[in-house]
Design a protein around this ligand. Structure first.
Ligand SMILES: NC(=O)c1ccc[n+]([C@@H]2O[C@H](COP(=O)([O-])OP(=O)(O)OC[C@H]3O[C@@H](n4cnc5c(N)ncnc54)[C@H](OP(=O)(O)O)[C@@H]3O)[C@@H](O)[C@H]2O)c1
Length: 288
């Protein structure tokens, strides 16, 4: 299986989405350190350019391709843009993702939709664009960043958890389909990682109160994900604490879990952009 990731004799090109920060940036850096050319995708061009400059210093080719992945037309142009660079994607890392915390009724429509468009639609679409050539070549690899919340429905993160559950299901099925075709597929399921994601999702204060031992490190998560991909592991949860949580979520009855999660939710009752009055008007209610 290691032949699917870059070696000195089999250099590869990885397209990494979400490469402007957090886990995606660490995936790109780890791939470059393993000798892989990288194509960096996200919206913030300045971040991608800076990372590309840094990774070029490792002796690989590193290119920024800024793209809003919620824009279907922009996604459609990516394969041609990669070909124009003279590169062929042999590793696809789906790292881009957003979340929105708060009772479902308090989250504005555009945020709910963005979660689904980016986390699910864009990931499935990019697989549709970059996997068929891998199958034709008989080699390739796909790493999709899912989540601990892929394993359990989560009140106050309902849409995000649903998006990540869909991604896990998709990725596991793809793993089975593509294995005979020489394409490795792995779902990387981190727990809580202190990245910009948390602030954007409105979870900064919650993360700030968590003990260090309960947090995953973005670099370590990326390394674990790539090691698992090299072995074509179907699913990897990169820390012992969260592996235990994922295993519990798989076996415990959801009826009991949901009650506990609703009453002891670590997430805020209202989307952080909503005032208390707006949340009340939207129908958010205190937990009885
Ligand atoms: N942090 C955690 O605790 C945690 C836990 C489990 C799973 N995850 C997952 O890990 C992945 C990476 O998240 P992270 O924690 O590293 O957060 P992050 O630092 O906020 O990274 C998110 C990335 O997605 C990109 N992105 C957002 N909207 C985009 C769009 N419309 N088009 C293109 N790119 C877009 C962002 O770049 P631009 O803003 O420049 O576009 C950024 O590079 C996500 O899929 C997330 O769901 C995170």
């Amino acid at each position: 299986m290691t032949r699917r990731l870059p070696t000195a004799t089999h250099p590869s090109t990885a397209l990494v989405t979400g490469a402007s920060s957090g886990i995606g940036a660490e995936l790109a850096a780890a791939l470059a350190a393993r000798g892989c050319d990288v194509v960096l995708v996200a919206r913030r061009r300045d971040r991608l350019d800076a990372l590309a400059r840094r990774l070029s210093g490792l002796g690989v080719r590193a290119h920024a391709l800024p793209c809003d992945l919620t824009d279907e037309a922009a996604r459609r142009e990516l394969p041609a843009a990669v070909a124009d660079l003279g590169l062929e994607v042999s590793i696809l890392c789906n790292g881009a993702g957003v979340g929105a915390a708060g009772d479902f009724v308090t989250v504005p429509e555009e945020h709910r939709t963005a979660v689904l468009r980016l986390n699910v639609e864009a990931t499935v679409d990019l697989c549709g664009r970059f996997v068929p050539p891998m199958v034709r070549r008989g080699s390739g690899a796909v790493l999709t960043v899912c989540s601990l919340l892929s394993f359990l429905p989560m009140p106050r993160m309902a849409t995000y958890a649903a998006s990540k559950a869909a991604l896990l299901s998709f990725t596991e099925a793809l793993h089975a389909e593509l294995r005979p075709h020489g394409v490795a597929v792995t779902a990387l399921c981190p727990g809580t990682v202190p990245t910009e994601f948390m602030d954007l999702a409105g979870l900064g204060p919650q993360v700030g109160r968590m003990p260090a031992w309960a947090l995953d490190d973005a670099r370590r998560v990326a390394e674990r994900g790539l090691d698992a991909l090299a072995r074509n592991r179907r699913v990897v949860v990169p820390s012992a604490l969260y592996r235990a949580s994922a295993a519990s979520a798989r076996v415990l009855p959801h009826a009991a879990l949901l009650g506990l999660l609703r009453r002891g939710s670590p997430f805020p009752a209202r989307w952080p952009g909503a005032t208390a009055a707006e949340a009340r008007d939207a129908g958010a209610l205190p937990v009885p």
